[in-house]
Ligand binder design. Structure first.
Ligand code: SIN
Ligand code: MN
Length: 223
């Protein structure tokens, strides 16, 4: 019997217009209800027993990230001294990644106009002091697809700028249940997490913040 929920209560704010943080960067504030957030966290904990969190390392220097990561979906984003890339298997277990939870696929269908499902759900776990430097998501051939990002747990100071590293940037507080979508002219915006405000939520067992980033990797097949 599937343990995945089949139906979901209405999203808290999906029926409302998102905040346009910048052209092409949209925020649905607390789009997931508390119940949906708890269901999702429970599912992530369950799936991460099969695909455990690990600490990726930086290309060349091999320095470990401060975030821990795992993935769901046919492809997982991975980084080590050999570079950034997508892998079909978990680096430690050698097993295929677990399927992307259906709640996240529903969000993708509802909030993006993209005709195919995402192939990767990167899961970032921010325990105390973890952060993420300013970067672009550019390891995907399907740059016509947007990036959809869900925040769970502690508040994050999310920074985003322009498509050039030195362009002015600003930070926005992302709270648990928030969904951000960036695409089109904003698909390659630089973004990162300055810091996570530790102890602002009790949602995540052991504390901290989870971020789920959905991406399409391969371009659409010609019809
Ligand atoms: C990422 O860009 O991979 C994560 C962003 C976030 O944690 O909000
Ligand atoms: Mn990113």
């Amino acid at each position: 019997m599937s343990t995945e929920p089949e139906t979901f209560e209405p999203y808290a704010s999906l029926d409302k217009r998102p905040f346009e943080l910048a052209p092409g960067v949209r925020l649905w504030r607390e789009a997931l209800s508390r119940t949906q957030q708890a269901v999702l966290v429970e599912e992530i904990v369950r799936l991460s027993a099969d695909a455990p969190f690990y600490r990726p390392t930086m290309p060349r220097s091999d320095r470990p990230f401060s975030v821990e990561e795992t993935n769901f979906g046919p492809l997982g984003w991975y980084s080590d001294k050999n570079g950034y890339r997508y892998e079909a298997r978990h680096p430690l277990t050698g097993r295929a990644w677990p399927a992307i939870p259906s709640l996240l696929l529903s969000l993708w269908r509802d909030l993006t106009a993209y005709p195919e499902l995402p192939e990767c759900c990167l899961v970032n776990l921010y325990r105390q002091h973890a952060r993420m430097g300013l970067h672009q998501d550019r390891d995907e051939a399907a740059l016509d697809a947007p990036v959809l990002s869900v925040s769970l747990g502690d508040v994050a100071l999310f920074r985003f700028g322009g498509t050039a590293r030195r362009a002015p940037s600003r930070a926005v507080r992302l709270v648990s249940g928030d969904v951000v979508v960036f695409g089109g002219a904003a698909r390659l915006v630089f973004h990162g997490v300055d810091r996570v405000l530790s102890g602002t939520s009790t949602l995540i067992p052991g504390g901290g913040r989870l971020n789920l980033t959905l991406r399409r990797v391969n371009p659409l097949r010609p019809k």
